[in-house]
Ligand binder design. Structure first.
Ligand SMILES: [Zn+2]
Ligand SMILES: [Zn+2]
Length: 312
C-alpha cells in the first residue's frame, strides 16, 4: 500500500525558473517568515517604509481596505464536466477604507494592496493604482486585466485623497496539473461518486457533493484500516505546483486558484523581472515546475519569448 493516495505528480520533463507562484503577503514585514526561503520563496519585494517604521512615526499608514461587496464570474470551461468551475474573477468590487480618520494614508504608484479579510476563506484581491495598471498594459505582458474598484469613502476627511484603485486579475487560462490518486480509485471512498479530482481541469471535491463526507485526510488524522478516507500526501510533497505547458495559453499572468486563499496567481519569468524592475511591492514569488511535454510549436515559441526580458 502506498504511503498516501492523493498527491502531486512530478513525472515528465519539468523545468524550473520559467514560471513563479505570486503572492501579495498580508503583512509585508512578516513576509519572509510566512514565505520562507527554505520553502522556495526566493523573491521577496518589501515595502518601504515598513509597518514597524510607520508605527514609530505614528502619523502615516499604508492604505488599508476591506471588501464590502463583490460580484464574481465563474468560468466553466471543462469538457469533461460542464459544471466544473475553472476560473473565478471579480466583475464588481466595492471596498471600504479601514484606515482611521487620523491616518495620513500613503500609497505609491507601484504598491500592491491586499484587502484585509473579515473571515478566513473570504475572497482576496490584489489592488493597484491606475499608473500601475497603465504600465502593465503598455509593457507587452499578456494575461492581466484591471477591474475598476469602487471605494465607499463618503465620510472621508476632506484633505484625504485615495487614488482610483483597480483589481489586478490574472486571466491566463488555468493550466495546473491536477493531483493524482494512487493506490485507490479516483472516486469518493464512501459512496463511489467519481471523479474525485477532475483530471482535465483540476476541479476537486475534498468534500463529496453526493454523501457530504470528506474524501481525504492527512496521515496523522487517519483512523487506520477501518477508516475509509483516503490519505493526502504531506504538504512538502505537493507544495510546488506543476504547470502543464501543453495547456498553457501563452499568458504571462496565469490563473492558479484565483481569489481563494492559496496560490492565487502565476507569473512568467519576464513578468517577475519586470515587476522587480519597477519596484512593485510587496510580493513574494517562488519557482514552480513547468512541464514541457506535449507542447505545440506555437507554445514552444511563446516559451522562448517569455524568457527574454522586456523593458520597463
Ligand atoms: Zn461520496
Ligand atoms: Zn473538470
Amino acid at each position: 500500500m502506498p504511503e498516501y493516495h492523493v498527491g502531486q505528480d512530478y513525472s515528465g520533463t519539468l523545468k524550473s525558473d520559467l514560471f513563479f507562484e505570486f503572492v501579495v503577503p498580508e503583512d509585508s514585514d512578516l513576509a519572509h517568515l510566512v514565505y520562507p526561503k527554505q520553502e522556495g520563496w526566493e523573491y521577496i519585494s518589501k515595502r518601504s517604509p515598513t509597518e514597524l517604521e510607520l508605527a514609530e512615526e505614528d502619523t502615516k499608514a499604508w492604505l488599508e481596505v476591506g471588501i464590502l461587496k463583490q460580484k464574481l464570474n465563474r468560468n466553466k470551461n471543462c469538457n469533461t464536466d460542464p459544471s466544473h468551475v475553472t476560473e473565478v474573477y471579480f466583475t464588481e468590487l466595492v471596498l471600504e477604507l479601514f484606515n482611521s480618520d487620523e491616518d495620513e494614508v500613503i500609497l505609491s504608484e507601484f504598491n500592491l494592496t491586499r484587502p484585509w479579510f473579515e473571515m478566513p476563506g473570504d475572497e482576496q484581491a490584489t489592488l493597484v493604482t491606475k499608473a500601475f495598471a497603465d504600465r502593465v498594459r503598455q509593457s507587452g505582458l499578456r494575461g492581466a486585466t484591471f477591474l475598476p474598484a469602487k471605494l465607499n469613502n463618503s465620510e472621508q476627511p476632506a484633505n484625504r485623497k485615495i487614488p482610483p484603485l483597480f483589481a489586478f486579475q490574472f486571466q491566463g487560462k488555468k493550466c495546473l496539473r491536477p493531483f493524482k490518486v494512487q493506490g485507490a480509485e479516483n472516486a469518493c471512498p464512501f459512496c463511489g461518486r467519481k471523479p474525485l479530482i477532475c483530471q482535465e481541469c483540476d476541479f476537486s471535491y475534498s468534500t463529496c457533493p453526493q454523501c457530504d463526507q470528506s474524501a481525504w485526510t492527512p496521515l496523522n488524522k487517519h483512523g487506520g484500516p477501518k477508516d475509509k478516507s483516503l490519505i493526502i500526501s504531506p504538504p512538502e510533497q505537493r507544495e510546488i505546483l506543476v504547470m502543464e505547458g501543453k495547456r498553457w495559453d501563452g499568458s504571462d499572468f496565469v490563473f492558479a486558484n484565483g481569489i481563494e486563499f492559496v496560490n492565487p496567481g502565476i507569473i512568467s519569468k519576464r513578468a517577475l523581472d519586470w515587476l522587480l524592475s519597477i519596484h512593485a511591492a510587496p510580493f513574494c514569488a517562488r519557482s514552480l515546475k513547468f512541464c514541457t511535454d506535449g507542447m505545440s510549436d506555437q507554445q514552444r515559441q511563446q516559451l522562448e519569448e517569455i524568457q527574454k526580458p522586456i523593458h520597463s
